[in-house]
Structures are given as C-alpha cells and as structure tokens.
Design a binder for this molecule. Structure first.
Ligand code: EPZ
Length: 429
C-alpha cells in the first residue's frame, strides 16, 4: 500500500495551481442524470472520488468521454469530460458502489425527478460521524415522493412526477440542498427551499443547472427558489476552484513559512478561513488570478476557531488548522460543530509530538516548539492533509500511511508540494 514520505524542514516557495473542486465536481456529474443531452464539465479534477462516481454513473447508463490535451499539460492535469445519460438503464444504486462514497447517494434526486423512481443504498463515506439521510427524505417527501427504507435501501417513488413545494430544512445540509435543488428542477410548479446551504458548491451547481435550462434563483443565500421545467438540456460548465485545497495549502505555507501563490482560485471562496489565517500572523493577499500566502519568520499566533456552515469556518479545514495550531505560540481552542466524530487526527498529531486535549466537541491545542517525524495513519480525507502539513515541519521523517484517503480529494499533492521545495514523495511498499 502506498504511503507519503515527508522529510520536514523545508519552506514552501513558488506557485501551486488549484484544481477544480471535488465537492462541486461530484454534484455536477450527478446533474448529468437529469437530461438525455450531454453535460460537459471542464476543469474536472482527477481524483479517486471522481473515478468512483464515474463508475456509479456508468451503472445507471451514463456514457462518459474524456477530451482535451492530457500529456503536455504541465501545470494541472484537469480534464474536460462529457457525461451523456441518453438512456437511464438502471434506477438502482447498489450498496457495493454507494457504500464507498457518501455523495453517490445524491443520485436519488435526479433519478427520482427524471424517472419517477429510484432505489439507492444508504451511503458510506468518511468515518466522521453518523451522517443520517433524514433531511433528504424530508425534502423529497415534501416534493410528493413516496419513500420507504427497506433492507438498507431508500426506495423513492413519484409515479406521476414531483410537485413544487415550500420546504424548510431543519438543519443546514449541503448534500440535501443539492439533491432537493436538482429534484425540483423537473417538478411541476415552484419550489422554495428555506435554510438552504450557502456553500459555493451549491451556487456552482445552480449555475450549471441554469445553463441546462433550469430556473433557479437565490442559490448562495439561505432561500432558493426553483421554478420547475419539463426538461433540461445539455450544457458546458467549468468546475469552480477547490476552496478546501486552497485553504489546505494556505495553511501549509503558514506552517512552513515561505511565499506561495495559489493560482486559479479566489479569496471569495474562503474568506473566513483566510481571515483566521491572517490572525495567526500570516500575510494573505489577493493577487491577479489567485491568492498569495506569505510568512517570513515570526511566531504562529494561536487563534480559536469554531466550524460552521458557509460562510463560517469550514469543517473541511478544521483538521488542517489544528495541524497549524500545534506549532502556535500559545493555546488555541478548536470546536467542531458539524460532525460529531471529526477529531481522529488528534491522536495521530500527538504521535508527532503535538499537545492536544479533547473535551467533547472542543480540542485544546497547546503549541509546542517542535514536532518530530513519525509513522502516522491517515483516517479520513481532510485529517490526512493535516498530517501532511504537520509532517512538512516535523524534524526528520514522517510517513503518512493509508494514502488512498488523500487520493480521494487532493490532485497531485506530492507533485504540487515538491515543486515548491518540500521533500515529499510517494513510496509503494
Ligand atoms: C458535504 O457533505 C461535503 N461533501 C463534506 O466534505 C463537508 O464536510 C460537508 O458537506 C459539510 O460542509 C461533499 O460535498 C461531497 P452535510 P454532506 O449534509 O453534504 C447532518 C470532504 O472531506 N445531516 O452538509 O454529506 C450531517 O450528519 C467531505 O470533502 C443530517 O443530520 O454534509 C452533518 O452533521 C467530508 N441529516 C450536517 O448535517 C441528513 O439527512 C452537515 O452535513 C444530512 C445531513
């Protein structure tokens, strides 16, 4: 099994191109199920999750074709990929496929809206909490679907089609917002979703759906209005930059020191995290086509953080920020409010010499002067990147095992870091 080997101690200097966002790419790919025409996605990152979802969509009958230059692209190897769901051949998403990735559950929305029926296995995904599906069920039932759960499957039917409705989510959910928005595009009448997720990936999906002929307004706010249409067409859409990848590398630079331009991304996607980073003493400025992150000497200042839905501090950057705080000059408190079990990186960071104590949903991090390299285990996608950040400054050699977690969400991680001076390599044992 592959591992990432890091020899800590090098500053990061240079340019890191930011890839298309995994968490936008996945719902956008799923949106292809809504039309018999072709949806072409540019800037699609090459990630294990994208490959896995491609297999799942293939199972439903989606034809996938990859275009564009691949070999000579030096900076990024994103692809342009076309998805055509001319005929849906199967409305069942089986356990064997869905259990590997939670987002694949989201096919339930388009399948139900277009075919009037869907049978989708209850999902799997990162082990960061219980992650129920009640909000999806509430939302789809509000649109008139008849839903049962049987033998680990959610079976949804709307034989005479979905009907627009006013619905308020009891809790903010990114996935449930995606699904309800997709389903409502083909419902009869108007749907109004309140307490919707405001994440940039929701806005990106709405933008793509509108290019396909949907009538969505308000995406990016907590009230989204969707006027149903009878059918959607194909479109061409560019996947927005990955704000979590952006934030992860920004924190890596804050940790190692140095001067890096994160290219092809925008500070609007992660203002809260960048403001927090500034408070730690890191210089963060918007530059043409990107963000410049710089720290030249000086201590890392401790900052308290609490995760929140967008526009708050993202839960997907909590582990990385904790990695940074392990070397801060003082004590910081990090509170996780979205997922109840998202602290599995704590014990791994401790193996590197971090001083962290946990009390419920709050971690107290007492900065140490030095981390020391050690073998550590990646436990979930974002936690793994926190270990890489810590490894970049740890004295000696750190080996991050179970690299497949990183491959789910970080395109060319070791190449991007190496080009900026880090000593990072992938080792196959
Ligand atoms: C998305 O997951 C992201 N995944 C996650 O990123 C991210 O951490 C999360 O949003 C929060 O920002 C993708 O976009 C593919 P939620 P999602 O539904 O949609 C609870 C990563 O590392 N909830 O917004 O699954 C849930 O348990 C991943 O890239 C219910 O209670 O998250 C959680 O506490 C990890 N019932 C909260 O809502 C439901 O029916 C928010 O989860 C659904 C969710």
């Amino acid at each position: 099994m592959d591992r990432i080997k890091i020899i800590g101690g090098n500053e990061l200097n240079g340019i890191i191109p930011i890839s298309g966002a995994k968490n936008a790419a996945l719902p956008l790919m799923i949106a292809s199920l809504l039309t018999d025409d072709t949806l072409t996605l540019e800037n699609l990152p090459r990630l294990a999750d994208v490959e896995q979802l491609t297999r799942i969509l293939g199972n439903h009958g989606v034809d996938v074709s990859v275009s564009g230059r691949r070999e000579k692209q030096s900076q990024s190897y994103a692809r342009t990929v076309s998805f055509t769901a001319r005929h849906i051949v199967d409305t069942t998403a089986p356990y064997e496929l869905v259990s590997k990735m939670r987002a694949s559950f989201w096919v339930i929305g388009p399948l139900l809206a277009r075919m009037g029926t869907a049978k989708v296995s209850l999902p799997g995904g990162c082990a960061i909490g219980t992650r129920p599906v009640d909000l999806f069920i509430d939302g789809l039932e509000a649109l008139g679907a008849d839903i049962e759960i049987e033998n680990g499957y959610v079976i949804a039917n709307a034989k005479s089609g979905l009907k627009g409705a006013d619905f308020e989510f009891s809790k903010v959910s990114v996935g449930a917002t995606h699904v309800m928005m997709m389903a409502a595009t083909l419902a009869k009448g108007t749907t109004r979703i309140s307490n919707a997720a405001r994440e940039p990936e929701v806005s990106d999906l709405a933008k793509c759906l509108n290019a396909m002929g949907a009538k969505i307004s308000g995406a990016g706010t907590s009230v989204i209005t969707i006027e149903g249409v009878t059918s959607l067409s194909g479109a061409r859409h560019r996947v927005l930059p990955d704000r979590i990848e952006t934030g992860t590398y920004a924190m890596a630079v804050a940790m190692t020191g140095g001067d890096v331009v994160l290219a092809g991304t925008s500070s609007d996607l992660l203002n809260s995290a960048l403001d927090t980073l500034r408070t730690t003493g890191t210089e963060v400025t918007s530059v043409e086509n990107g963000i410049r992150v710089r720290r030249q000497g000086g201590d890392i200042q401790p900052v308290d953080v609490s995760t929140d839905p967008f526009p708050g501090f993202p839960t997907d950057l909590q582990a990385q920020f904790m990695g940074l705080m392990t070397m801060a000059n003082g004590v910081s408190k990090i509170t996780e409010t979205i997922f109840e079990n998202r602290f599995m990186h704590v014990q791994e960071l401790a193996r590197l010499g971090a001083n962290i104590s946990l009390d419920g949903q709050t971690a107290t991090v007492t900065g140490v002067k030095e981390l020391k390299g050690a073998p550590v285990m990646a436990t979930d996608l974002r936690a793994s990147s926190a270990l890489v950040i810590a490894g970049l400054v740890a004295d000696g050699e750190t080996n991050v095992n179970r690299v497949y977690h990183l491959d789910r969400g970080f395109e060319q991680l070791e190449e991007k870091l190496t080009r900026c001076g880090a000593n990072v390599s992938r080792v196959s044992d």
